[in-house]
Design a protein around this ligand. Structure first.
Ligand SMILES: Cc1ncc(C[n+]2csc(CCOP(=O)(O)OP(=O)(O)O)c2C)c(N)n1
Length: 653
């Protein structure tokens, strides 16, 4: 056995053993007797992905240890591999840094095992605070795209995503293979965990022969290398190490190589189950005997002494591995250029170009730059287009997670495709320290031409419903404000910023409140407001609402003889804030005009103002013109006046 094989074998056995213990044991994890009092009443967690994911991780860690000149970063696609990551983090001692009760000694190992699946607050899935936690996943599909984003423009970095064969069926993963053509320089070496099964049955890719699976990869532009692992033998270890190292070298030369890790799901366990194969350990002595044999197959006595300290090959292997993750702070931002009132295209391009000049900046778009009047950006080296929103989101998330700035530009109508991914990245970032640059979306085209098929504000409704303070929805009233909102978003860290903007020529509004709006998220528009406490406060959010309110306010004031105040909302998050009443007044009825679903505003304001109504998106029952839709939604003078009358009547005026 070479030193490499000895290390890989010891690490794999140790990690797999510790996972089996987490899944099944409550106490005495190193006791070969597996007493009835030591087993869990209810085994929990997922076994199937463990041996293959541990295998891939061990080899990535060793390859990284042997190549200190480059960063080699693993990404785990299967969230269910959480206990593998825990085992690794316990072995490296990193788990103790996050939770001192889980230190690398006998007490720490016992606590790790007893606390699974709760994990003493860490949960049971992949965790961002631990090694190999750059990507938390949970929802399957985004790992490859995230790895590609992290690898972009990073000549000293190779990212190794470990992707399930079931995961390869997801649209996001399926599209990511082809999308690599748009970012050929991203150095990734995907390991497809071809273990034949997903959760409930055979996977489609796993059902293919080696030749078919290889042809699939080749057709998408990847050179496949199949690595067979049956029993974890020394020759399989050295063969896999060679394949991985060659794949990393190939990536550094600009080639795209994918490793197909062909194995049996849950190998080395009693059966190849996705979940835990033994389900009645307390009641069934035969299952306990099975577990005893299973655990002893890893020969833990060669790996640990009685105090659970790693010894022999395991101890030296732990000195050899390296798990790094890029966590640099955000790059310096450029000096902001003031908008000049020249319209969406000019103002937005000015901001984007300023950030591009500062460097470490990307624009991603699903073929929506030309149609969004930003066509002059196409062809810039910092602009990447591929018609796959979910993939682009993965790129942006991976890119920003490695300390760079960027924005995804698309249509609002099709942005809900990204919802599961956005929620996943929000969850990941909540647990990540230090906070990376924000995820930014610039979503256009609610301009409401071809509105029937191309209109849907559902993404914002769903994001606001989460109630995460990291979510900011900018609804700039005009192109100047759009440019500034985008610039602010690009400078921010730790946020999910969605800028909802019109691309069509539209009126500009006075600038005097812009700085206040940017700082506080909203401002009173004095030029449209009466002095004193208002009877009615009209809040506008977005450019079509701002113009509708501007046009309607005089008519409402004259017709109903009431004091009216107009508040412009620049960031919908401000409506959830404590300063709301300073802007809308203490006793006024509040009428909100929004581009989005009224339900989203009701969710923010219900019960917080004396009386409320919301005018906003109403799903068109059939194809209609832009002006017809505005009237259908009530976002015109007649509709606003009607809504104001009804609200004032209801509140007794
Ligand atoms: C988008 C999405 N759909 C469904 C699930 C539920 N799920 C969790 S694991 C799993 C099967 C995964 O199989 P595979 O990708 O082959 O990974 P393996 O367990 O074999 O490593 C499924 C369907 C999920 N997490 N995400």
């Amino acid at each position: 056995m070479t030193d490499l094989v000895r290390s890989a074998d010891a690490l794999w056995r140790a990690m797999t053993y510790i996972v089996v213990a987490q899944l099944h044991m409550d106490s005495n994890p190193l006791d070969a007797r597996v007493d009835v009092s030591d087993v869990k009443a209810q085994a929990s967690g997922h076994w199937g992905t463990v041996p293959g994911t541990a295998w891939a991780l061990v080899h990535v860690g060793l390859a990284a240890g042997y190549r200190p000149d480059i960063e080699i970063i693993p990404i785990i696609g299967a969230g269910h591999a959480g206990p593998v990551q825990r085992a690794l983090a316990w072995l490296t001692g990193d788990l103790a840094n996050v939770n001192p009760r889980l230190g690398r000694d006998a007490a720490g190992l016992a606590a790790l095992v007893a606390s699974f699946p709760d994990g003493d607050g860490l949960g049971s899935e992949v965790h961002p605070a631990l090694p190999a936690g750059a990507y938390m996943g949970g929802w399957l599909g985004g790992a490859l795209a995230f790895a590609q984003g992290m690898a972009l423009d990073s000549p000293n970095r190779v990212v190794v995503p470990i992707v399930g064969d079931g995961e390869c069926e997801t649209p996001t993963t399926a599209a990511s293979w082809l999308a690599q053509m748009a970012i050929p320089g991203a150095q990734v070496v995907p390991v497809v965990h071809l273990n034949g099964r997903r959760m409930g049955g055979p996977s489609l890719l796993g059902s293919m022969s080696d030749e078919q699976a290889s042809a699939y990869a080749r057709g998408l532009g990847w050179e496949p290398v199949v690595a067979h692992v049956e029993a974890g033998s020394p020759s399989e270890h050295s063969a896999f190490h060679r394949v991985l190292v060659e794949g990393i070298d190939a990536a550094l030369r600009g080639e795209h190589r994918v490793i197909l890790l062909r194995c049996v799901k849950g190998w080395s366990g009693p059966i190849g189950a996705h979940k835990t194969p033994l389900t009645d350990l307390k009641g069934n002595p035969r299952e306990r005997a099975q577990l005893r044999r299973w655990m002893s197959s890893y020969a833990s006595h060669e790996l640990f002494n009685k105090n659970a300290q790693p010894v022999g090959a395991l101890a030296s292997a732990l000195d050899e591995i390296r798990f790094s993750a890029p966590r640099p702070g955000p790059p310096p931002a450029p000096v902001a250029a003031s908008p000049e009132g020249r319209g969406f295209s000019t103002e937005v391009c000015r901001v984007l170009r300023a950030h591009a000049v500062a460097g470490d900046f990307k624009v991603f778009s699903p073929d929506e730059l030309e149609s969004n009047r930003l066509g002059n950006l196409v062809g810039e080296p910092w602009v990447h287009e591929a018609l796959a929103e979910e993939v682009l989101l993965g790129w942006l998330a991976g890119w920003t997670a490695s300390g760079r700035r960027g924005v995804l530009i698309s249509y609002e109508a099709f942005a809900p495709l990204m919802l599961a991914g956005l929620v996943g990245h929000l969850k990941q970032r909540r647990l990540t320290d230090p906070t990376p640059p924000s995820i930014n979306l610039l979503l256009t085209s609610y301009g409401w031409h071809n509105v029937y098929t191309h209109g849907d504000p559902a993404l914002v409704t769903a994001l606001l419903g989460i109630g995460d303070p990291a979510v900011h929805v900018f609804t700039p009233a005009d192109a100047n404000r759009t440019a500034l909102a985008l610039d602010d978003a690009l400078r921010s860290v730790g946020q999910l910023n969605v800028v909802i903007a019109g691309k069509h020529p539209a009126p500009l509004h006075p600038r005097d409140t812009i700085d206040h709006e940017r700082q506080h998220g909203l401002a009173v528009w004095d030029h449209l407001s009466d002095l004193g406490e208002p009877h009615l406060t009209i809040v506008c959010a977005g450019d079509i609402p701002a113009t509708a309110v501007r046009d309607a306010v005089g008519c409402i004031r004259d017709r109903y003889g009431c004091r009216v105040r107009v508040v412009n909302v620049h960031d919908l998050a401000a409506l959830a804030g404590p300063a709301l009443h300073r802007y809308v007044g203490e006793n006024a009825s509040v009428l909100v005009a929004t581009l989005g679903h009224p339900a989203a505003i009701w969710g923010l304001l219900r019960g917080r103002v004396p009386s409320l109504d919301v005018v906003g998106w109403r799903e068109p029952p059939h194809p209609m013109r832009q002006d017809e839709l505005a009237a259908h939604a009530g976002l015109d003078v007649a509709g606003m006046t009607r809504a104001a009358a009804a609200l004032l009547t209801r509140s007794g005026r």
